[in-house]
Write a protein that binds this ligand. Sequence first.
Ligand SMILES: Nc1ncnc2c1ncn2[C@@H]1O[C@H](COP(=O)(O)OP(=O)(O)OP(=O)(O)O)[C@@H](O)[C@H]1O
Length: 230
Amino acid sequence: MPESLLAAVDLHVSYGVNAALAGMGFAAHAGEAVAIVGPSGSGKSTLLRSLAGLQAPTSGVVHFMGRDLYRLSDKQRSQIRLTRFGFVFQSSELISELSLLENIALPVELNGRRRRESLRMAQSWTERLGIAEAARRRPATVSGGQRQRAAIARAMATRPAVVFADEPTGALDSANRDHVLRLLIESCASEGSLLVLVTHDAVAASAADRVVEVVDGHEAPVAVSVGAPR
Ligand SMILES: Nc1ncnc2c1ncn2[C@@H]1O[C@H](COP(=O)(O)OP(=O)(O)OP(=O)(O)O)[C@@H](O)[C@H]1O
């Protein structure tokens, strides 16, 4: 069994008296696609944010590549997010003044590559994800599916170890949803990135390698079937 790339132990997160996570654990290794499912309000997004270094737990630990994320300084954690993590959210959150290509190139540039090289890498991702023809356009002038593909390209272009996706297909119609989801899963698999995918969509969850179900802030017990059904 390979060592976990990303792991959390006994995570608790409280908002005032409201416990969003109550003893949640998590472990995943490079190249896996893990879907996080569960009822609304069960703590899925809070878990994703805690794993991504965006939400300090009230107690418990998150380890990324063996380092305790919340024992690092804010600056070190930001550096990990920029260089090792990619993010895809429900609304693509692209910068409206930039073209899709410039949006995709921006984090690559922030990672220290020259602009020319960043644009070249961004261009290759637009080709891989089938949006090359829209690459020079601004987000408001392309379709929702094209915007989400650009968001995936932006997340992948820095070659992240982990891609965090929170309802990445939630705003798309069903035809686009399946296509965009497949592109996300295939992109992560081909780059060897761990995909942590929060979703309400049973079809999306079934496309992952593994499903973690969150109920009331902790992992749902695995259902054990006793005997064969008659
Ligand atoms: N910033 C916040 N302030 C206060 N309470 C919050 C905050 N964020 C989340 N919560 C609460 O924590 C609990 C878990 O929320 P979370 O968003 O993690 O659940 P979720 O499973 O992702 O829900 P959904 O599927 O509806 O997006 C909920 O009761 C929610 O109301």
